[in-house]
Write a protein of this length. Structure first.
Length: 338
């Protein structure tokens, strides 16, 4: 199948933009971007989270996960977005493990987890059931969920449909309602069935997708350790990952419409976190989510892009800890949001 001239030009421009090195001026009102060099990375970050696998009895698949902290303490379950896997929590997981029992899993088809049977299985409601099955398999009665990007909606669905299993929810930079007006052109391409551009970015040019994510997803360039980036790229090259990635986006709207019709029923306390300079999903959606949910708070993280957990891990760990410990006000937090 041939790409149109427009799609070729857009994809080529994305490659040129993503490969750029050094400080570059973006559009008005956006910070300058500096892509970090591997040589500049702190030594202590040059390691991957240790992982193992567990068999999920109901889903009948193996899921890879990492475990940190004391199992006797309250459990925090970390849920990743795209294009990444559980290793995206390389900085946040150790910080939260100082006070909590921390688990981070790979979604089916991502990282070291088995894929689902068919493309139609990659839905937000199915991922919500994976969370519950994962908790059952590890004998976790109740947990706090911390979720980013595509994991936001499955986490809210667990709070809605399995309220006794969730203490609190901290969610960031995701799209729980059908709101394409808040999405970047990349996300719209992924979600459009039959999109040649979406297919090209995910299946044919995963390196371009990674570069776009690193370029647009951070406030002033990323500092992701080299081995974490390599794991993300290796993951993105696998056919099972590509199918999971595209299928989830293209099945997304069903779960969004379902949740929006029942959002008023969610009583679990929710902390909505958003990067002030998120250029994939507008922070306006963060305000709408916090206003629509009955028991929600909003925290805008200044000098952060879409990937708050990798861009501002210490700040995120602080606001999440404060929320879990009951220290955040019920008022919407608007400091640094204007």
């Amino acid at each position: 199948m041939k790409m149109s001239k427009t799609e070729i030009l857009v994809t080529g421009a994305a490659l040129k933009t993503g490969a750029a090195v050094g400080e570059q001026r973006l559009e008005r009102d956006q910070p300058a971007i500096t892509l970090a060099r591997v040589d500049d990375e702190p030594f202590e970050q040059k390691r991957l989270l240790a992982t193992r696998t567990v068999w999920l009895g109901k889903e009948e698949l193996n899921v890879r996960y990492a475990e940190l902290g004391d199992p006797a303490k309250p459990t925090v379950l970390l849920l990743h977005g795209v294009p990444e896997n559980l290793q995206g929590w390389y900085a946040v997981a150790p910080l939260l493990a100082e006070k909590y029992h921390v688990l981070a899993l790979d979604w089916p088809g991502f990282g070291g987890s088995d894929p689902l049977t068919s493309p139609e299985d990659y839905t937000s409601r199915r991922f919500a059931e994976v969370i519950v099955d994962f908790m059952d398999s590890l004998h976790i009665r109740q947990a706090n969920l911390v979720a980013t990007d595509i994991a936001l909606l499955p986490s809210l669905l667990v709070g809605l449909e399995h309220p006794s299993r969730v203490s609190k929810l901290a969610v960031m930079d995701g799209i729980p309602f059908p709101r394409p007006q808040y999405s970047s052109w990349e996300l719209k391409s992924f979600a459009k069935k039959g999109s040649i551009l979406g297919k090209a970015l995910v299946r044919w040019f995963p390196r371009i997708t990674a570069q776009i994510s690193y370029f647009k997803g951070f406030y002033r360039g990323h500092s992701i350790p080299a081995e974490v980036r390599q794991e993300f790229l290796s993951d993105g090259m696998r056919k099972s990952n590509q199918e999971a990635f595209l299928s989830y986006f293209q099945n997304f709207r069903m779960g969004q419409e379902y949740f929006e019709s029942r959002a008023h029923e969610l009583q679990t306390p929710v902390l909505v976190v958003w990067g002030k300079y998120d250029r994939f999903i507008s922070s306006k959606l963060g305000y709408e989510i916090a206003e629509k949910l009955p028991n929600a708070k909003l925290e805008i993280i200044d000098k952060s892009g879409h990937y708050v957990h990798m861009d501002k891990p210490q700040e995120l760990a602080q606001v999440v800890t404060k929320f879990l410990d009951g220290g955040l006000s019920t008022q919407l937090t608007k400091e640094n949001s204007e």
